[in-house]
Design a protein around this ligand. Structure first.
Ligand SMILES: Cc1cc2nc3c(=O)[nH]c(=O)nc-3n(C[C@H](O)[C@H](O)[C@H](O)COP(=O)(O)OP(=O)(O)OC[C@H]3O[C@@H](n4cnc5c(N)ncnc54)[C@H](O)[C@@H]3O)c2cc1C
Length: 390
C-alpha cells in the first residue's frame, strides 16, 4: 500500500473468486495460467463444499448410464431442466469422477478398488460416490486444496472480500476486493465467480455463514443476466434444533433405509408419493413442512440406515452428539431448511455469462441443469464439471 493511492494494484491472467469445489477446480484446470484465487474465508478450502455429506452423483456403476442419470435429473427438475445441459452434466460428470478415482482421490471403495455407491432420492440407480462415509465434501476439497497449494501458477489470497467488478467499455477488466490489510484492485481480463449460494440469507439454513449471495450481487451490479432466483431448494431433513447452520441429516440416510415418522410413529411418505422416503426432494420437503407448520413434529428414524451401513455416517453421528441426541436410542426431530439455490448468473456450457470477460461456475451459476429442483448430489457434480469447463 502506498500513501499516494488508496489501494494496492495486482495483475493476473485470471481471477477466481471462491475456494469451494467450483473455484478450486477452475483454478487447477487453468494451470499454468497465472491465476489469483481470492476467498473471503480465513483459509483454504471454504464454502458449502466443506459441508457436503452424501456424495457426488455419477453414472460410474455397472449397468448405469449417463443417459439414465440425465433422465432422473430432468424428471426431478419440475419441467424446467435444460435437457441438453443435463446430458452434458451427466456425461462429463461420469468422466470427471472416473478421472478423480483413477487419480487416487480418497473415495470409499470396495476391496477391488471400485467405488462404493450409495442411493439417494429420485435416482433410479445407486450412483452416489462418497468419501469418509458422509464426509464427502471435506475429504474431496481438502485433497484439492493440497493440490492447489502445490500448483505454482495459482496465487491464493485468503481473507479477501470481492466487492465489485471493474469494467471498461462494457468489458470486465478487473475486480475490487477488500483484503485484511486494505483495498486491492486486481487487474485481469477474465474473472470467474465461484461464490456459492445464498442459504445464509435465510433464518434456518444448512449453509455456512459465508453463503450470502455476494457473487449474484456483484454480477447484477455489473449488468450480467441472472435467472431463476426464486428457485431455492429446502432440504427436507435438517435436524430440528436451534443452531446456525442447522445440522443436515443427509439424504443418503433415507437411501440406506431411514424412515420418516409422524409424532405417533407412523410413516406418512407412502401416502404422499409412490417413492415414499425416496421421492424428489421438493415433494418430501413440502410433506414435512406442511406438518411442521401445523405444529406436528416429524422424526427421522436413522436406525435402519445405521444398521445397514455401520460406520457409514460418522458426520451425522457427531452432529447429533453435539446436540445431545442419540440416534441409536430414538428418532431425530427434523424440519426443512434452506439448502441450495438453483437460480444464479446465467451461463452457457462453458461458464460464459452475458458479460464479456465474466464467467461463473458452481452454485452461483444458473446453467439450467437443475430446473426448479436439484436432484440430490448433482451439485458437487455441477461444480466439478463446469469448474473444469470455464
Ligand atoms: C450441509 C450441506 C450438505 C451438502 N451435501 C451435498 C452433497 O452431498 N452432494 C452435493 O452434490 N451437494 C451437497 N451440498 C451442496 C454443495 O455442497 C454446494 O452446492 C457446492 O459445494 C457449492 O460449491 P461452490 O464451489 O459453488 O460454492 P462454495 O463451496 O459454497 O464456495 C463458495 C466460496 O466463495 C467464497 N466467497 C463467497 N463470496 C465471496 C466474496 N464476496 N469474496 C470472496 N470470496 C467469496 C466463499 O468463502 C467460498 O470459499 C450440500 C450443501 C450443504 C450446505
Amino acid at each position: 500500500m502506498t500513501s499516494s493511492t488508496p489501494y494496492d494494484v495486482r495483475d493476473a491472467e485470471v481471477i477466481v473468486v471462491g475456494s469451494g469445489l467450483a473455484g478450486m477446480t477452475a483454478a487447477l484446470q487453468l494451470a499454468p495460467r497465472a491465476v489469483t484465487l481470492i476467498t473471503k474465508t480465513a483459509g483454504l478450502p471454504g464454502g458449502s463444499s466443506l459441508y457436503a455429506q452424501g456424495g457426488i452423483a455419477a453414472a460410474v456403476g455397472p449397468g448405469d448410464r449417463p443417459e439414465d442419470h440425465a433422465a432422473d435429473t430432468v424428471a426431478a427438475g419440475a419441467g424446467l431442466v435444460d435437457a441438453a445441459m443435463a446430458a452434458l452434466l451427466t456425461r462429463d460428470g461420469a468422466a470427471q469422477v472416473r478421472r478423480l478415482l483413477e487419480d487416487g482421490l480418497p473415495f470409499d471403495r470396495a476391496p477391488d478398488g471400485s467405488p462404493l455407491l450409495g442411493r439417494e432420492a429420485a435416482h433410479g440407480a445407486a450412483r452416489i460416490v462418497h468419501a469418509g462415509g458422509d464426509a464427502t465434501g471435506r475429504t474431496l476439497v481438502s485433497a484439492l486444496a493440497d493440490r492447489l497449494r502445490a500448483t505454482p501458477s495459482v496465487r491464493v489470497e485468503t481473507d479477501a472480500f470481492a466487492v465489485d467488478l471493474v469494467l471498461r467499455n462494457g468489458r470486465v477488466c478487473g475486480l475490487l476486493a477488500c483484503h485484511g490489510q486494505g483495498w486491492v484492485l486486481h487487474r485481469a481480463p477474465r474473472v470467474i465467480l465461484a461464490t456459492g449460494g445464498i442459504g445464509a440469507t435465510f433464518a434456518r439454513t444448512t449453509n455456512p455463514a459465508e453463503a450470502t449471495g455476494d457473487g449474484l450481487a456483484i454480477a447484477a451490479r455489473a449488468g450480467a443476466t441472472l435467472a431463476d432466483l426464486e428457485f431455492v431448494q429446502f432440504h427436507p431433513t435438517a435436524l430440528a434444533v436451534d443452531a446456525d447452520p442447522v445440522p443436515l441429516l443427509t439424504e443418503a440416510l433415507r437411501g440406506a433405509g431411514a424412515l420418516l415418522l409422524d409424532s405417533e410413529g407412523h410413516r406418512f411418505m407412502p401416502d404422499e408419493h409412490p417413492l415414499a422416503e425416496l421421492a424428489p426432494r421438493d415433494v418430501v420437503a413440502r410433506a414435512i413442512g406442511r406438518r411442521v407448520a401445523a405444529g406436528e413434529p416429524v422424526f427421522l428414524d436413522l436406525r435402519p440406515a445405521l444398521a445397514a451401513k455401520p460406520g457409514g455416517f460418522p458426520t451425522v453421528l457427531a452432529l447429533c452428539a453435539e446436540h445431545g441426541l442419540d440416534p441409536f436410542a430414538e428418532s431425530m426431530p427434523v424440519a426443512p431448511a434452506a439448502h441450495y439455490h438453483m437460480g444464479g448468473v446465467v451461463t452457457d456450457a462453458d461458464g460464459r455469462t452475458s458479460l464479456e470477460g465474466l464467467w461463473a461456475c458452481g452454485e452461483v451459476a444458473c446453467t439450467g441443469v437443475h430446473g426448479a429442483n436439484r436432484l440430490a448430489s448433482n451439485s458437487l457434480l455441477e461444480a466439478l464439471v463446469f469448474g473444469a469447463r470455464v
